[in-house]
Write a protein that binds this ligand. Structure first.
Ligand code: NAD
Length: 358
């Protein structure tokens, strides 16, 4: 069994070969850069040459705590630094398209945060800029690199659960939305900021659906304006189904974050430890019950790293591998336009009360 896991482990491994490493500069010194990007880059041995933010005090604070030598006074100054080959953009999505365009036109490679843009049209313009400037650009949909999730993807690819029939993701959380004051008045909240990870992930496993349906709600006393409960279902041409059920106002104190992939010859199930105690988290888990291998019932797969911060090594590593070797990105800007389309279809379903053909 352990031998059979070797190929899976090779695929899920989060390491960046030294030959791929390039100097990185960061635009945005917010919570996610502080808590996830920089710890991940340190672990992976990457060099961050400088950082900027419209709030320079914040940039200075993050730089001093993470040992970053240079705080640029603006994005323009950052782009003038010839050492910078890759720009990591981590600002709210409303600000991202303009920054992305400037960076792309300066012909620097990019890792953008999710959601890549507030609209499909803006996302398409960003994707076109990548092609026009011949740069490599990815989106931080780092759930595709979470070790357990990546291992599950490889297990599916190797046929260990036969033909996939259904994928489901269930999270029931108390989410501290007040950490993101800029999100308070967003009309599109839960799917746009959170479940976009799950919809993007399901797209990686199953491709684009034929049709989607979404029911959503708000809960009395919640901090933000937008929806905080969503139930989204998708139907694929092959007859495969998927569901994402997310509730962010769990007052029961029993956070839950599970995913599951069922096939006609087995099942895979996992948990996302981060969400049991955000942002501290606990270990991620993965198990497989396969009639193909076969396993004797549920067999644990040893996940030894976490969604936060470790999977952030994966998204940056993929951009760096794309630059070094031309390898296709697992979460490219071009692919992410389809994730924005998926998100938009779900909101159209939510607004109309009907299923939407994708
Ligand atoms: N991939 C993930 O799992 C994940 C997790 C959390 C947040 N995010 C995304 O990362 C982005 C940032 O989130 P956060 O939690 O760090 O938010 P935050 O509010 O903590 O930080 C955002 C930072 O961006 C800066 N900023 C805003 N506009 C700017 C501009 N034009 N130029 C330079 N800096 C600017 C702000 O001053 C602030 O410091 C958001 O898009 C969010 O959706 C992704």
């Amino acid at each position: 069994m352990i031998d059979q896991f070797r190929e899976v482990a090779d695929f899920a491994r989060l390491e960046i070969p030294s030959a791929h490493r390039r100097p990185i500069a960061i635009i945005g010194a917010g919570g996610i850069v502080d808590g996830a990007h920089l710890p991940a880059y340190k672990k992976a041995g990457l060099e961050v040459v400088g950082i900027t933010d419209t709030n320079l005090e914040k940039a200075r604070d993050v730089a001093s705590r993470h040992g970053i030598a240079k705080v640029y006074s603006s994005s323009a100054e950052l782009l003038d630094d010839p050492r910078v080959e890759v720009v990591d953009i981590a600002v709210p999505s409303v600000a991202q398209p303009d920054i992305f365009a400037t960076v792309a036109n300066a012909k620097k490679h990019i890792l953008a945060q999710k959601p890549m843009a507030p609209t499909i049209a803006q996302g398409q313009v960003m994707s076109d800029l990548v092609d026009a400037n011949h740069i490599v650009a990815g989106v931080n949909q780092q759930l595709r690199f979470e070790e357990g999730v990546a291992a599950a993807h490889k297990m599916v690819e190797m046929g260990w659960i036969g033909t996939v029939t259904n994928m489901s993701i269930t999270v029931n959380l108390i989410t501290p939305w007040d950490l993101w004051p800029w999100a308070k008045d967003l009309d599109r909240l839960e799917i746009m900021l959170h479940s976009i990870h799950y919809h993007d992930l399901i797209r990686w496993f199953l491709g684009d659906p034929h049709s989607v349906f979404c029911a959503a709600g708000r809960t009395k006393g919640q901090f933000p304006k937008g929806e905080t409960r969503t139930i989204s279902t998708s139907l694929y041409d092959s007859g495969v189904t998927s569901i994402v059920h997310a509730n962010h106002v769990n007052r029961g104190g029993d956070n839950l974050a599970e995913y599951r992939i069922d096939g006609d010859q087995g099942s895979i199930r996992g948990t996302l430890g981060l969400l049991y105690d955000y942002p501290n988290g606990r270990v991620d888990t993965l198990e497989i019950n396969s009639q193909v291998l076969p396993t004797d019932g549920w067999s644990p797969y040893p996940v030894t790293t976490r969604w936060f911060p470790d999977a952030f090594i994966g998204t940056m590593g993929s951009v760096l591998a794309g630059i070094a070797t031309g390898a296709p990105l697992r979460a490219s800007v071009r692919d992410n336009v389809q994730t924005l389309r998926m998100v938009d279809a779900l909101y159209r379903s939510m607004d109309s009360g009907s299923s939407v053909t994708f």
